[in-house]
Design a binder for this molecule. Structure first.
Ligand code: FAD
Ligand code: SF4
Length: 397
C-alpha cells in the first residue's frame, strides 16, 4: 500500500475554496493544491520568515551590518548582462528563458515551472510544467498580473519528477521554499525575478486605461531605469510615460494589497535572480545568491555580454520628497512631468543606486500602508532589513 502523506489527506480542506491570507492573498497558487495543509506556516502574508528560509536556502541570512546584504539579499556576486543574441519577444533579452532552456536540454532538470498566457487573453497567466524548449519559450515575457504558479505543485508530485526548475516572483518562492522538503524532489533549482506593484487582471485594465494612449494594443510594459513607463505596442512602437506624470490619485488602489504589503522586492530566496533595476539602462541585472545559482548562470555565460555593476548619484532626497507627494496623490501636468523625467535621467540615481531608489520608495510606501491598514501585523510582517531601510526616512503619520 502506498503511504499517504498528511498534506495529501488535506484534500478534505478543499483546495481553492479558501484563502487564509484573505485580502492580502497574492494568488500564489499554493491554496489551489492539497499543500494548503501548510498554508499557515508557508504563506508569505501570514508568516513572514525570510531570515529563516534564507539560512535554509543559502546557508546564512542577511548580514544586517552590510549595506549590500540589507538591500539586495544574500549574494555571492552581482553583474549587469545582456544576451549577445536577444530572444525576440522576451521581456528584456531573454536571459531567464535561455537559462531554463539550457537546464532542460543539458539534463539538469526534467521540467520547468513557468507561466504562459491564456489563449484568449495575453495578460491572463496560465502556469505550466514545461518539458520542451518550445513550451519554455512560449512562457517568455512578463504576465503583469498575479499568477498562481504554485497551483501546479500537485502535478509535480504526480509526475514523479525528481529534478525541477521553478521560475517565479518573491511571494511564490517564499511559499515554495516553505514546502520544498515535502515535494519529494532530489534537486530544486529556483530562478527568480524581482517583482513589485503587481495587479489583478481588472487592476491591470484600469492601469492601462488610465496610463496608455492605446490600452488595447499594449503587449508588454516595464517601469524603466530612465524614470518612464515603457509600453510596447503590437506594431513594435514604444510609448513612454514619465513616472512623475502617472495619475497617482486614480492609481492608488490599483496595486494588489499583497504587493502593498510586500518587502521581498529582490526575491531573497531564489538561487539566482534576473531583473534589470540594478543595471544601467538597457542591461539586465543578475544576482547570484548561492552555488546552485552559480551553476545555473555558468550554463549561459558564453551567450552573455557582461559588465560589473555600477552605482551613480544620490537617491535620498528624491525618495524623501516623493513620500508626501505620493501620499497626497500629487500628479504633475504632463509637460512638467516630461521635463522632470529628462532632468532626473541626466542627474538622477543610476545602477545600484537606482535599485536603492526603487526599494526605498516602495518600502516606505508599503510600511505606511501596513501601519495604517494592518497595524497589528507591523512588528512581525516587516523584516528587520526593511525596518532598517525605512528608518532612514521621515514618514507622515
Ligand atoms: P523572459 O525570458 O521574457 O522570461 C520571463 C519569465 O517570467 C518567464 O519564464 C515566465 O514564466 C515568468 N513570468 C512571467 N510573468 C510572471 C508572473 N506574473 N509571475 C511569475 N513569473 C512570471 N525586475 C526589476 O528589476 N524590477 C522590477 O520592478 C520588476 N518588476 C517585475 C514585475 C513582475 C510582475 C514580473 C513578472 C517581473 C518583474 N521584474 C522586475 C523582472 C523583469 O521584468 C524581467 O522579467 C526579468 O528581467 C527577466 O527578463 P527576461 O527577458 O530574461 O525574461
Ligand atoms: Fe494561499 Fe498563496 Fe494566497 Fe497565501 S498568497 S493565501 S499561500 S494562495
Amino acid at each position: 500500500m502506498t503511504a499517504i502523506t498528511s498534506h495529501q489527506k488535506a484534500k478534505a480542506l478543499k483546495p481553492g475554496s479558501r484563502r487564509p491570507a484573505k485580502d492580502l492573498c497574492s494568488e500564489c497558487g499554493l491554496c489551489d493544491t492539497y499543500y494548503i495543509h501548510y498554508v499557515k506556516e508557508a504563506c508569505a502574508f501570514i508568516n513572514q520568515q525570510i531570515a529563516e528560509l534564507e539560512s535554509n536556502a543559502h546557508g546564512r541570512s542577511r548580514d544586517l551590518d552590510n549595506e549590500y546584504d540589507i538591500y539586495f539579499g544574500v549574494h555571492q556576486e552581482m553583474m549587469s548582462a545582456k544576451k549577445k543574441q536577444p530572444i525576440e519577444g522576451a521581456q528584456w533579452t531573454g536571459i531567464v528563458s535561455t537559462i531554463a532552456c539550457e537546464m532542460l536540454t543539458q539534463g539538469l532538470v526534467e521540467g520547468v515551472v513557468c507561466v504562459q498566457s491564456d489563449e484568449n487573453d495575453r495578460f491572463q497567466p496560465k502556469p505550466i510544467i514545461a518539458t520542451t524548449t518550445e513550451e519554455i519559450l512560449g512562457a517568455r515575457v512578463n504576465k503583469p498580473t498575479l499568477s498562481p504558479n504554485l497551483s501546479i505543485l500537485e502535478q509535480v508530485e504526480r509526475s514523479g519528477m525528481k529534478r525541477l526548475l521553478v521560475i517565479g516572483v518573491g511571494c511564490q518562492i517564499q511559499a515554495l521554499r516553505a514546502v520544498e522538503k515535502k515535494l519529494g524532489l532530489e534537486k530544486l533549482y529556483v530562478l527568480g525575478t524581482p517583482c513589485v506593484d503587481n495587479v489583478t487582471r481588472a487592476g491591470l485594465q484600469k492601469f492601462l486605461d488610465t496610463t496608455s494612449k492605446s490600452p488595447d494594443t499594449v503587449v508588454a510594459y516595464e517601469f524603466m531605469q530612465d524614470f518612464r513607463v515603457h509600453f510596447k505596442h503590437e506594431d513594435g512602437s514604444v510609448e513612454k510615460v514619465p513616472f512623475f506624470g502617472l495619475k497617482t490619485n486614480k492609481l492608488k488602489d490599483v496595486f494588489a494589497p499583497s504587493c502593498m504589503t510586500c518587502f521581498d522586492y529582490v526575491n531573497s530566496l531564489a538561487d539566482l535572480v534576473v531583473g534589470y533595476m540594478g543595471a544601467p539602462f538597457g542591461w539586465q541585472w543578475i544576482v547570484v545568491r548561492n552555488e546552485t545559482g552559480k551553476e545555473m548562470l555558468d550554463l549561459v555565460e558564453d551567450q552573455l555580454n557582461t559588465q560589473p555593476v555600477m552605482s551613480k548619484g544620490d537617491r535620498k532626497q528624491a525618495v524623501q520628497n516623493s513620500i508626501p507627494a505620493y501620499d497626497k496623490g500629487v500628479t504633475l501636468p504632463m509637460w512638467a512631468a516630461q521635463l522632470m523625467g529628462v532632468v532626473i535621467e541626466k542627474i538622477g540615481p543610476q545602477g545600484l543606486e537606482y535599485a536603492r531608489f526603487s526599494i526605498d520608495s516602495h518600502f516606505t510606501r508599503n510600511y505606511l500602508y501596513v501601519k495604517r491598514n494592518y497595524s497589528e501585523k507591523l512588528a512581525d510582517h516587516v523584516p528587520d532589513y526593511a525596518k532598517k531601510i525605512v528608518s532612514q526616512y521621515q514618514l507622515p503619520e
